[in-house]
Design a protein around this ligand. Structure first.
Ligand code: ASP
Length: 327
């Protein structure tokens, strides 16, 4: 049964804000169980660094596309999130990384799935968008393309953290004990993402992840799928985090955009209908960050918390984790 859900949004009344605007997330889930004051401080500091990296670009008149890539790179490099360094492990003890990026003004998009040696998968997704003539490249082919365009490589061990290794051992032990019903539901999803509105009024979105702990058989979630984990057009930009199978089946990011485009919904209404409606109705959980062209923002989740942050024209970085935490 889907759990009861609530709409949680830290930006009061979805009031429009003046661009430039940047939102980031570092995953949704049952965060309270694992949060210590020390980890909370580090996570918030990393979210703020990501916001400042993107905001510096926007404040200098740069493009939303550059800002979301820069913010996601900071989060990929942090060990605290399930993307890049700190990504979760597959059943076989390997890190397989997925990422996507989309430019709202042009509707160009790029994505990669199942890469194992690319330091910043979001940068490779951007290269796919700009240099491959394709939208989604996977596995060895994606890495061959990465070598071709000169995206930095690392040894597979670069992505490993002790915490993620421990989580894999626990997931395998549970599975062996026959507790398969909870296998898909993660305590904390940890995917990262960013959405931005630049001074020219253009929107962009990017998402990056290691997927789900103990995944196998080449499993790919929503994060690299345009329309599921990531979407941007000239009306709205969306990046998602949550149980990917459900986010694919609900076409979360595009459904929010479509409700606004065809149904006349506001961003707040569209986000609520999907995150409090469609996703839990199917049995999934998670959240989204989104900005519309007027500067309305949504940080909506139906979980205990979502690592998230926002920065506006005043350049002050805000980071929050649990519901109602609007520091
Ligand atoms: N959505 C991601 C996936 O299913 C997981 C996450 O959000 O952390 O791959």
């Amino acid at each position: 049964m889907p759990r009861p859900t609530t709409m949680k949004n830290d930006m009061p009344n979805h009031a429009p804000s003046r661009p430039p605007l940047l939102l980031v997330h570092g995953g949704a889930g049952v965060i309270r169980a694992t949060l210590t004051p020390a980890i909370e401080a580090e996570v918030k500091a990393d979210l703020a660094r990501a916001l400042r990296a993107g905001h510096a670009i926007l404040a200098a008149g740069g493009a939303s596309l550059d800002a979301v890539e820069a913010a996601v790179v900071v989060l990929e490099d942090s060990p605290h999130f399930n993307a890049g360094h700190g990504a979760v492990f597959t059943h076989e003890g390997i890190n397989e990384l997925d990422a996507s990026i989309m430019d709202g003004a042009t509707r160009r998009a790029g994505a990669v799935a199942g890469v194992r040696h690319v330091r910043n998968p979001v940068a490779l997704a951007r290269a796919v968008m700009e240099k491959s003539g394709h939208v989604l490249l996977i596995g060895e082919g994606a890495e061959a393309f990465a070598r071709h365009v000169g995206v930095p490589f690392v040894d597979a061990g670069y992505f490993r953290t002790g915490t993620r290794w421990q989580q894999l051992q626990e997931a395998i032990a549970k599975e062996t004990a026959g507790q398969q019903s909870e296998q898909g539901r993660a305590i904390h999803y940890g995917t990262v993402g960013a959405v931005a509105l630049d001074a020219r009024g253009h929107l962009a979105a990017a998402t990056s992840t290691g997927g789900m702990t103990n995944k196998r058989w080449g499993r790919v979630g929503d994060s690299p799928l345009i329309g599921a984990g990531t979407w941007a057009d000239d009306r709205v930009a969306v990046s998602a985090t949550g149980w990917g199978e459900y986010f694919i089946r609900a076409a979360v990011a595009h459904d929010i955009a479509a409700r606004m485009a065809y149904g006349g919904s506001t961003l707040a209404e569209a986000a609520a209908a999907v995150i409090d409606g469609e996703v839990p109705r199917l049995g999934g959980d998670g959240g989204i960050i989104a900005i519309d062209a007027q500067g309305h923002c949504s940080l909506a989740f139906n979980t205990d918390g979502m690592y998230r942050g926002w920065i506006g024209a005043d350049g002050i970085a805000h980071a929050a984790i649990l519901a109602g935490d609007d520091a």
